[in-house]
Design a protein around this ligand. Sequence first.
Ligand code: HEM
Length: 404
Amino acid sequence: MVGGEAVLRPKTATLTFVSGKAAKFDLLAAPMSHDRGEGWRQVRAAGPVLLSNGRYLLTRRDDVEWALRNPELFSSREAFAMMNSPLPLVPIAFDPPEHTRYRKILQPFFSPRALASLLPGLQSQIDETIDAIAKKSECEVMAELAVPYPSTVFLTLFGLPLEDRERLIVWKDAVIGLGNSSGTIENLDPAPAIELFGYLVDHIGRKRAEPADDVLSQVLTADDPLTDDEAIGLSFLFVLAGLDTVTSAIGFALNHLANHPDVRQRLIDDPKLVPSFVDEIIRLEPPAYMVPRVATEEVEVAGVRIPKGGEVVMLLAAANREETEENPNPDSLDIDLLRRHWGFGGGPHRCVGAHLARMELTLVVTAWHERITEYRTPPGFAATVDWPRPVFGLDELPLLLGPG
Ligand code: HEM
């Protein structure tokens, strides 16, 4: 801050709200379980900057985008420092320039070209899973497909034994579930996290001794290699960031298709449309609907002063559903429009795994339709998300398979 002035958000889009105060709003009470369209409408209608349980929520896409792109004013490091993680959660718990170094190390492994080498393996894994489902007349999508598949992908990517999948799922649930219970790491039952830690230490030791061509071996032996602590922190973050997000997106995708036979038929007839569908699902139902930061200086957004040290949350889902000239019907899914969205974040922390996530989801939807073209949710079933929780997702998605 210079001369006592707050840093001003330039070209504030929402001047009508210049009051100096954020409207109070209880995000946790918003009706998100059944109808996120209504939920995010209420959030946006309450104002551009809301104060909810002590945190400043940014609800407008221009403000969200601006904050995402200004890590020197909105620090991810400070937001994660509040979690007191004993491990360096590489790269999310860092700001540039340290963050830039980590992204340089990681980026080469997550480009579409680098990921192409994984494709045949991931394809045969998904084919096998859906072959088994296709033999039945009903299935539970979350348990049989959406939960196990991203874990298989993570183990493949990191060169870890596929038979460890069930253990990984148990560790992941315990670490995430306990993390959500209080928001701090001190109150966790440390046992599952310690087991996962021991597992990673063991495998990192093996990969240092005998590196292979997986991502974990390569970040340990790159020109600018990660230390053991950094590699463990990175692996923890991948478990936290790359599993439940994809699980949720698979659930939302198949639920939408089960209830919209018109969209389903277009994807069956023309599988080249699947990637557009995948992006539309992530725009409408972003599993990571918000990202946390801390203001490093007093800053004014849409006329509201956020104090230095204030906790700021960018509501990606609200930004994705903002009505604009080029996006007049933000609550409807349209596979013919290429709409911008922030479901993978933006700025320097934009999701490292975005291409991988898109690839996983495209494989799932395509392989599903190659085997199962008729499916629907059981009569009376309405998919709900358990709210509030930090990652949106369905707990269950039963489907009836075959002609109705
Ligand atoms: C549909 C699936 C996914 C969604 C919706 C999603 C969403 C996001 C979002 C919104 C961020 C930005 C966080 C922030 O700015 O604070 C992010 C970051 C990240 N994601 Fe994803 N993600 C997905 C899948 C994945 C996968 C599959 C991986 C790993 C294989 C992954 C790894 C990461 C990592 C490491 C970061 C931190 C990047 C950084 O700090 O530079 N994500 N993700």
